[in-house]
Structures are given as structure tokens and as C-alpha cells.
Design a protein around this ligand. Sequence first.
Ligand code: FAD
Length: 476
Amino acid sequence: MVKENGLRALEAELGDCIDVSEESLKKASYDGLKIAFSPSAVIRPRVDEQVSRVLKLANQFKVPVYTRGAASNLTGSAAPVQNGWVLDLSLLNKFTIDTDVGYVTAQPGVPLIELQNAVEAKNWYYPPDPSSKKWCTIGGNIACNAGGLRCVKYGVTRDYVVALKGYLPNGEAASWARKTRKFSAGYNIRDLWIGSEGTLGVITEATLRLIPKPEKKNTILAAFESERKSLEASFEIVKNRIQPSIMEFLDRLTVEGAEKATGRPVFKGRPGRSVLLLEVDGSAIQVEEGTKNLLSVLKSLTDSISVAEGEDENLWEVRRTCSSAMFELGNRKLNEDVAVPLQELVPLYEKIEILREESGCNIAVFGHAGDGNLHVNIMYDRKNPSECERAEWAVNQLMHTVVQLGGTISGEHGIGLAKSAFMSIQFSKAEISAMRSIKRALDPNNILNPGKIFDIFEPWNYSQVNVTQPWDHKKH
Ligand SMILES: Cc1cc2nc3c(=O)[nH]c(=O)nc-3n(C[C@H](O)[C@H](O)[C@H](O)COP(=O)(O)OP(=O)(O)OC[C@H]3O[C@@H](n4cnc5c(N)ncnc54)[C@H](O)[C@@H]3O)c2cc1C
């Protein structure tokens, strides 16, 4: 009843921003994890202040609020697990570029690709580059501290956030840091908001740092007989102090899936090989020098190398389809994004090979070798109870292995619902309790994104999937 009163108050104050149509509620019920929950309203603010009103009413009527960008996250971090209201920020989508200083100031709903294209047209560059860049938003990128392909040289979203504005969970306005190059005033809550998955505040404006656009790029593809050789080569490149702007690893199973999905070979004439996909960027001289150095290392390790001048869009398209190509290998995916210290990549992969054999599940691995951040895709048949059990066993083993190797259960996707059960593998009780204390201090009524990160998602069931198709941004 109280909640129904909340909805009435919301409709009275925000009228045409409120959508309770069946179609919209359905679209807002899930995200990239594809497990659906029913919200009671979708709210699409047109101006910042409306966000404040939503949060104030939510606190008054004790209704959970789930902030949402493009809903491309793969962990359920935008899913309205405790129902309530979905705060869809897609209409807050303006940005301005300061071409003198090299800053862009963006509202949260700006799609990353639009921002990247606009700054590049002005000879600036915004490096964070998740494979979902065609649709994911700046707000979602900041809230997940998104990474992507270029992190090996340029770092993650956090490295480009200069200042944030938005609202605390109680609806009060907050502004963290200024448009200065440095700050050292007070607690750094800007950085606490980054990566907090919409649990500590709602971002309504971000100022982001740009860098000069690289003049030139070369794409290099190298194929190896085994994953061990491929991963050793990636570490050899680092040890030789060579700095590619991208260094992606694909194992043989991924190559097979990507080839089936795209209908074209990844490396012509060399089927069945693990590959490293690299990019070198910079000035023309830097690219020439970088390519030469890279080839000298690679040539001592394999004879299967090809170099393309510029960006080989075909190859990057193959890389971007890897995630969805996994559905060539099974109808349910546990999509992990673990990260380990670079010297532990080979031991990690060897353990994954054992898990593949012992679980009998297709486990395909690709990802950001230069960051030690691998996407481990455990594929299984959700209608086969024994496979579900084996997939569950494999993911648990994987998480323990990663932590034993000194790594982390998530390198870039975050925790959401999907990984909350593994938090205690990486963090002590005291550490989780410290995180909970921060959440309670900022959000005493537990309004923003409740049920995530450290609240274990109890009904998790490995045969569960309410939305059966691979995630499709056009449906959101
Ligand atoms: C095919 C595919 C490839 C991907 N590749 C990568 C990759 O290479 N690297 C990578 O890091 N990720 C990747 N992702 C994951 C995902 O795209 C990123 O996490 C992205 O940052 C999510 O952005 P979004 O706008 O879709 O956010 P959403 O999914 O809508 O939301 C994600 C989280 O951010 C919160 N949030 C959204 N907006 C705000 C806001 N304004 N204020 C506060 N909280 C907010 C939400 O509550 C939620 O917790 C991939 C996903 C897909 C489907």
C-alpha cells in the first residue's frame, strides 16, 4: 500500500517521465545477465533535478531504485532484483567538448560510441573501449569502471574521470572534484562512486579527460600452436618493454566459435590456432618503431604473423563478436572476467584446461592478455541438471584458483548479482563489513540498487534464465 502511494506521488510530481506500460516494464526487467525481475515503474528524467525528486520520494516511501544506462552489463547490476522503480537515464544524453583543455562534459546517458566519434573528429581521443561501445553509456561505464581493449596502454575509465556531479541516495546534490587537473581536498568520494555499480549515488554529469588522438595505428595478428605459447608471447612483449595499445588473446575454442558466428576465418591458412590480436598506435615514427620491436619478439616465437596498416576493422569486428559467439558452444553462459598478475596467466589457463576436462563443459577463454584479464566463458546446457551442477562446480573452482594466484574475481565487469556469492572468496569478513558500513552511511534506507554486490543472490539457480535470447540492445 505504502509503495502504491509512492507510485501515485511519483506520477503526480513527474507525470510524463513515468512509464508503466507492459512493454517498458518488461524491457526494464533485465539486463545483460538475462534474468528478469518486475519493476513497478520506469522513470525517464529529462532534467537532473527530477533525479533528486525520484530519490527523495523513494526514501519517503521506501522503494528501491535501480539506475540504468544501456543495461549492457553482464552481471545483473542494473536488474531490479527487489522490484521497485527503474531510473532510466537514456534521455540525459547531451555533451560538450572543451577542445582547448581536452575535456568532455557528458550527461550519463551518452552512448560511448557517440562521444568517442565526436572527440576524434576534433583530434582528441577518449581511450576507454569496452567491446559494448556501440551502445553502453558513460554513466554505466563510470559506475562499472569499465575497461576494454585499450587498457593495456591507456588504463580504465577511472583514469579519465576528472569530476562527477550527481545525487546522493537521499536525493541531495553532490559534486565530487572540480574541473582541475589535480585535487587533494577532503575524502575522494569521486573515486568511491566510480565502480560502485549504482549503489552509492546517481551520476548526472561527468567531466572526462581526453588525450591527443594517435596519428597512426597498425594491427598485428599472430597465431600460435597452443594457448601456453600465445600467453607466453604476451608476457614476453611486456618483459621487452614494448607497449602495444591493444593485446587480445583468443583461445582455440573461441576462434572456433568466432569463425562459426561470423562465417570467416580469423587467420587465413592457419586454422585451429590460438591468436594474439595486437594494435600499435602513436605518431608515424612511434608506430613504425613499435611494430618493428613487436615483430622482432613475435618472430622468435611463431612464424604465423600478419600486419595490417591502420585499423583492421574486420578483425576488430571478429573480436567484438567473441562474447555472443559463445552461444555457438552452449545455451547458457557463465561469463567470468577474472584478472591475475601477468606471470600467472599460463598457470591460470592450465587450471582452466583441467576444469574443462573434469567438468565436461565447453570453457572458452578470450580477453585482455596485456592486463591479465581473461573472459572465461563456461558454456553449458541449462536444461541438463548434471551440466548445471558441473558448471557451478567449475566456476567455484575457477574463483578459488584466481584468488590463490593473487588475482581478483572481476577485472572490469563488476559484481552485481552474478558474482556476489564469490565476494567472500576474495574478501575477509572485516573487508566486506567495511564496504557495508560505507553503504549504510551513504544510503541508510538501502534505496539504491539493493540486493547487489555483498547481498548474496539467494535464488541463483544455474538452470535459470528468464530471457532466453542473447542480450540484444535493440530490445532495451
Ligand atoms: C557484448 C558485450 C561486450 C562487453 N565488453 C566489455 C568490455 O570489453 N569491458 C567492460 O568493462 N565491459 C564490457 N561489457 C559490459 C558492459 O557493457 C559495461 O559494464 C558497461 O560499462 C555498462 O554500461 P551500461 O550503460 O550498459 O550500464 P548498465 O548496464 O545500464 O548499468 C551498469 C551499472 O551501472 C549503474 N549505473 C548506470 N548508470 C548510472 C549512473 N548514471 N549513475 C550511477 N549508476 C549508474 C547501474 O545501476 C548498474 O549497476 C560488455 C557487455 C557486452 C554485452
